[in-house]
Design a binder for this molecule. Structure first.
Ligand SMILES: [Zn+2]
Length: 161
């Protein structure tokens, strides 16, 4: 792997200050307000469960695990752009993996203590607040950011170019 200067790596480190989570009981502050009932009717139950309840699809079952099609990955709930195929890589982890989102503004990072003492970083769509997956870094993958954005296939749809 090509050596990346330490300061470049540092600048790419995930921001460790997290926005306060939009709690289920609180009023959503996301730009897009989803109609939960309409969404539930339009999506299959697994997609809804992942996007809106933070569930996880079983590894190696997702539609996009091995996909190499060129295109844009969008949020299945609100259609906003999240990832591009150029940053997708084969991590072998069983879920579609990207080394970076299209832009930092596209996603929201939330500290996830649901498997405490393991603390993970949850990734949500910044536009509608839907759960996408988690991001890990420092795992040693040969990618420019040393990050693995581990995203559920069912939270995405691919707009092929
Ligand atoms: Zn969304």
């Amino acid at each position: 792997m090509t050596a990346i200067p330490a300061q470049v790596l540092a600048s790419r480190r995930l921001a460790m200050s997290f926005r306060k989570s939009n709690s289920p009981e609180g009023e959503s502050t996301y730009p897009v307000k989803l109609d939960e009932e309409a969404l539930k009717k339009s999506l299959d139950s697994l997609s809804f469960d992942v996007l809106r309840n933070g569930a996880t699809e079983r590894p190696f079952t997702g539609e996009y695990v091995d996909t190499e099609t060129i295109g844009i990955y969008r949020c299945k709930a609100c259609s906003s752009e999240l990832f591009r195929s150029e940053t997708k890589f084969h991590s072998g982890c069983g879920w579609p993996s990207f080394y970076a989102p299209t832009s930092g503004d596209a996603v929201e990072l939330i500290e996830d203590r649901s498997l405490f003492p393991r603390v993970r970083t949850e990734v949500r769509c910044a536009n509608c607040g839907s759960h996408l997956g988690h991001v890990f870094e420092g795992e040693g993958y040969d990618v420019p950011t040393d990050q693995r954005w581990c995203i559920n296939s069912v939270s995405l749809f691919l707009e092929a170019k």
